[in-house]
Design a protein around this ligand. Structure first.
Ligand code: NAI
Ligand code: MG
Length: 483
């Protein structure tokens, strides 16, 4: 074991400190239900100190004077260091979140490294334009950093969500106060150490660990924060937007929940589609905002498809997340564990049938068996609300027009999957489904270069790719009289 577990502190101005209140909270290993360590419980006063440090770093000093290319070099060094410490950080993430080490090693770490590499490369390619206006004027735009940014992230991909947020914010020259989820603060703190090692000047990145209603809300409300980026539940996203509008009208971007349709047509390659359905819902224990949680299956293949799905779901290895052979680990917390089991009961009450799973997988730790529900209708609670666990709701369909209506009949719009060999049908659906990402004959594909974000109540703003630069910059138009 390479992971080093140590008590977590708050990072302000490149210094590690206790919370002003002196309070600490426990960090749990969800696979064993035991305490891993504890962490400083930041609150309003700590957020105030962190925002002051971020403001000083933004307005003056080394960060402001640094060239964009040098900022890129720091991000690149961070990518190299993440790779160097890959095993250690993967284990740390697995211990804190419960997800399998095979995934933290090859998904979370790989994508986090690629995100830093990608924004390292973009840092010196952010520029304005010259615009041909009427009259004797030169008009050009400057693309300037948004300023001091507050970033509130969830527990399902703790390191990767930090990377998605920090990569573009630092590339554009913003300074940051990051609040990790209280369940999973450890990898973000390790990332803070790595960014300091990579050469980030004091105050550029500040990390305040603590709870949502205290530390998170203080950040969303803060009068001196110019922008807040949030990933988490739709309810809290709405609250963040309200807090931002009630104070200084800071800019907001939100990446929220989902209830994605994953649609299997009879003309698809069934084995690929079964694997895609599995990957769509059981990857990361189903704790994925874009999980393919509503599985629409064409009636003529419904039974055959569900049989294959059942067989494969039952073969998934659910267990010790540190074992390289494990395919599904523990849910992140007792709260989520209970919530998911509650949804399964609710589904049964409303008439869904458990094809497989539906119960805890072990007596210790927050493990849940891969669960397939059939006979679900799109009106049932389990098809309408985000379960955020390894529970897929199979809905049979016959009519394609009705299917499209049902696919779009949700308050969410983060992603959708379509399995068919008919390319016309696939592209028609890609156009008509109201969602920010469409996967055709694949699922849960990600790349640092490809934008990600929601339609409808899944939020707004696009992370990743060049689009994320829009979240962290603002445009200034400059007019010059030529005579
Ligand atoms: P949450 O939305 O409460 O937490 C996400 C982040 O927001 C955490 O850092 C938390 O500390 C912070 N937060 C909580 N209350 C806040 C407040 N009043 N002001 C400012 N920040 C606040 O999500 P939670 O309670 O952990 O999970 C509940 C459900 O949310 C899950 O079951 C799932 O359905 C959904 N969720 C969706 C995620 C996504 O990626 N879209 C990620 C995590 C949860
Ligand atoms: Mg919450």
């Amino acid at each position: 074991m390479k992971a080093q577990i140590k008590p977590g502190k708050i990072l302000i101005n490149n210094e590690w400190t206790e919370a002003a209140s002196g309070k600490r909270f426990d960090v749990i290993n969800p696979a064993t239900e035991t305490k891993l360590t504890d962490c400083a419980e930041g609150d309003l006063e700590d957020v105030n100190r962190a925002v002051s440090a971020a403001r000083r770093a933004f307005e003056g000093g080394a960060w402001k004077k640094m060239s964009a290319r040098e900022r890129g070099r720091i991000l690149n060094r961070a990518a190299l260091l993440l790779d160097k410490y890959r095993q250690e950080i993967a284990e740390l993430e697995t211990l804190n979140n419960g997800k399998p080490v095979s995934e933290t090693l090859h998904v979370d770490l790989t994508l986090a490294i690629e995100t830093f590499e990608y924004y390292a490369g973009l840092a010196d390619k952010i520029h304005g334009e010259t615009i041909p206006v009427n009259g004797p004027f030169l008009n050009y735009t400057l693309r300037e950093p948004a300023g001091v940014v507050g970033q509130i992230i969830p527990w399902n991909f703790p390191l990767l969500m930090a990377a998605w947020k920090l990569g573009p914010a630092l590339a554009t020259g913003c300074t940051v106060v990051l609040k990790p989820a209280e369940q999973t603060p450890l990898s973000a703190l390790r990332l803070g150490e790595i960014l300091i090692e990579a050469g980030l000047p004091p105050g550029v990145l500040n990390i305040v660990t603590g709870f949502g209603p205290t530390a998170g809300a203080a950040l969303a409300r803060h009068m001196d924060v110019d922008k807040v980026a949030f990933t988490g539940s739709t309810d809290i996203g709405k609250l963040v937007m309200k807090m931002a509008s009630e104070t200084n009208l800071k800019r907001v971007s939100l990446e929220l929940g989902g209830k994605a349709p994953n649609i299997v047509f009879a003309d698809s390659n069934l084995d690929d589609a079964v694997n895609g359905a599995l990957r769509g819902i059981f990857f990361n224990q189903g704790e994925v905002c874009c999980a393919g949680s509503r599985l629409f299956v064409e009636q003529s293949i419904h039974d055959e498809f569900l049989n294959k799905l059942k067989t494969k779901a039952e073969r998934l290895v659910v267990g010790d997340p540190l074992d390289p052979k494990t395919q599904m680990g523990a849910q992140v917390s007792q709260e989520q564990f209970k919530k998911i089991l509650g949804y399964i009961e609710q589904g049964k009450k409303e008439g869904a049938k458990v094809v497989t799973g539906g119960a805890p997988a072990h007596t210790k730790g927050y493990f849940i068996k891969p669960t397939v529900l059939e006979g679900v209708t799109n009106q049932m609670t389990v098809a309408r609300e985000e379960i955020f666990g390894p529970v897929v709701c199979a809905i049979s369909f016959k009519d394609t027009n009705d299917l499209l209506k049902q696919a779009n009949d949700t308050v969410y719009g983060l992603s959708a999957g379509i399995w068919t060999r008919d390319i016309g049908k696939a592209h028609r659906f890609a156009k008509e489904v109201k969602a920010g990402t469409i996967w055709i004959n694949c699922y849960n594909q990600f790349d640092a270069a490809s934008p990600f974000g929601g339609f409808k109540q899944s939020g707004f703003g696009r992370e990743l790719g060049e689009h994320a630069l829009e979240l962290y910059t603002q445009v200034k138009s400059v007019w010059v009289a030529l005579d």
